[in-house]
Ligand binder design. Sequence first.
Ligand code: 5GP
Ligand code: ZN
Length: 146
Amino acid sequence: MTDCIFCKIVDGQEAASVVYEDEEFIAFMDAFPLTEGHCLVIPKAHHVRLDEINAKKRAKLFSIGHKVIKAQKKAELGVQGTNLLINDGKAANQTVPHLHLHLIPRASGDLIKSIPRILLHISGLFGFKTSRATLDSQAEKITDHL
Ligand code: 5GP
Ligand code: ZN
């Protein structure tokens, strides 16, 4: 889809800090992370909602998510837990209409710090982009443990 930002990442027209890629899926750093190390896993084909992919692909989406979570934990980013999140549809605050699984690293007591970013995400404004150099360096640490 031509004006979809995630399709542009898949096609290499937009930069992304990639942590994982195969023929059907790609995982990369969220450019406006809710917490340090926030990754997104997406199918390469343009689908908006979770029910647009079949059960096998849904299982693969979560299986890749699980692998990335294990790598995030090993990457010395201070990860103690993870929020796995799919905002499935506009009513659920989906702002990018290309299916994606959020992997949001969490540490005890970090919620207060993240509240302004959560509000910016829900509004679709997102706030300031994290620098490409920082995202690349985090992606490299995560990829090293995949
Ligand atoms: P949603 O609100 O649709 O569940 O999440 C969209 C996510 O995409 C947000 O977490 C936002 O930070 C992220 N995002 C938006 N634009 C870009 C971009 O250009 N590159 C990357 N890597 N992430 C983006
Ligand atoms: Zn797309």
